[in-house]
Design a protein around this ligand. Structure first.
Ligand code: PLP
Length: 387
């Protein structure tokens, strides 16, 4: 075994102890059991019920988002957010190359084409400086629309994603949105609990989305939410995600092709209990970051990723970044840490390297590609304690 892999195992061990550690395990207490039992007792387990409303209200309060629509997944929320933002067939949508596949999939569900943007090493999100230069070079404004000069297609929207919970340079991204007439839909799936200048991520753009999948900072089993400050957009999102059914005592009238994307009450019950613990989870993760930072401070060739300046990150997944000269050792480090019972994972395969996205338009993506060769996510569960 190489020296670096050995040092990484020892550093993780000094933080999490000798027991096995998953990448991100949810933590439940009696409050989840109690609310789930109440929900079952009420028989209102599906999308009509008090917990969905309560979860939406509590999320609105926590995030400061005027409107919240709970959905069956983060991907569903992103699909609906793009649709209500007017993304349609043959539009292009700018998305980060370094993201979970759902970011691009939701664009394709709308009949649109993902267009991949490179990352910034200080935030792990889109690089606004290079994005702007790229748009100046490759697009032109026609009748208030941003048009890709190469493909002739309308570039409709921009989907910034806050990687592992770390806020990207949102002010600069919003400026670009204004300058190039692009709707901004924030993929804040990983960023519940993260803020920039005191404002919650997902509330800066025209809309934002959150995910409550099993591995996210809080979970509803599966679930997501759309955040927006726009009342009309919110009510259209609610309508579309409720099979476009016109409310009526008994008649089934649907005024367009909608989706069955609303969050079931049973999941929302778990969410209500989880949300009361979010602040504690964020605190714990911020402490865990300090513990990893200290443990890795004596290991050369790697660093623990730190929240960008001016932001408060939820540190959803702790992130180790290898120096370029050590990138050849990533497989050995992953192999060895997992063999020792510490679940570590590399970054996603950059989306433009995946079969369905190989031929999509893209800018030069050398930073995303380099980061993907050097990122290792470490055990990050809120329940992790020093042994
Ligand atoms: C988790 C995640 C999603 C999708 O959320 P689901 O609830 O799993 O559908 C979207 N984007 C990013 C960046 C994510 O991490």
């Amino acid at each position: 075994m190489g020296v670096l892999a050995q040092q990484v195992v020892a550093a993780i061990q000094s933080v999490v102890g000798d027991t096995k550690a998953g990448l991100h395990e949810p933590k439940f207490t009696s409050s989840e059991y109690r609310l789930v039992q109440n929900c079952l007792d009420s028989t209102m387990v599906s999308s009509v019920g008090e917990y969905v409303e309560r979860f939406e209200e509590n999320l609105a309060e926590y995030t400061g988002s005027p409107y919240v629509v709970a959905m069956s997944s983060g991907t569903a929320a992103l699909h609906i957010a793009l649709l209500v933002a007017g993304v349609g067939p043959d539009d292009e949508v700018l998305v980060p190359a370094l993201s979970f596949v759902a970011t691009a999939n939701a664009v394709v569900y709308c009949g649109a084409i993902p267009h991949f943007i490179d990352s910034d090493t200080t935030t792990l999100g889109m690089d606004p400086g290079r994005l702007r230069d790229y748009l100046v070079e490759t697009t032109e404004t026609q009748k208030g629309r941003c048009v890709n000069r190469v493909t002739g297609r309308t570039v409709r929207a921009l989907v910034p994603m806050h990687t592992y919970g770390h806020p990207l340079l949102i002010d600069e991204i919003l400026e670009i949105g204004k300058e190039f007439n692009l709707t901004i839909i924030e993929d804040a799936a990983e960023a519940l609990g993260s803020t920039a200048s005191g404002k919650h991520m997902g509330t800066f753009g025209d809309a934002g989305i959150l995910s409550f999948n099993g591995n996210k900072i809080i979970t509803t089993g599966g679930g997501g939410a759309l955040l927006t400050g726009d009342r009309k957009l919110a009510s259209r999102a609610r309508h579309l995600s409720t099979t476009a059914k016109i409310p009526h005592k008994w008649k089934y009238i649907h005024d367009e092709v909608g989706f069955n994307y609303r969050m079931p009450n049973l999941n929302a019950a778990i969410g209500c209990a989880q949300l009361t613990k979010l602040s504690v989870f964020v605190e714990r993760k911020r402490e865990l970051y300090l513990e990893y930072k200290s443990a890795f401070s004596t290991v050369s060739g790697v660093r623990i990723f730190e929240e960008p300046e001016g932001c408060r990150s939820n540190y959803w997944l702790q992130t180790l970044i290898l120096d370029e000269s050590f990138e050849d050792e990533i497989d050995e480090i992953l192999e060895e840490t997992n063999r020792c019972g510490y679940m570590t994972r590399p970054a996603w395969t950059p989306l433009h390297k995946l079969k369905p996205y190989e031929t999509c338009p893209k800018m030069r993506l050398e930073v995303s590609e380099s980061l993907a060769r050097r990122i290792i996510n470490l055990p990050s569960s809120p329940g992790l304690m020093r042994q």
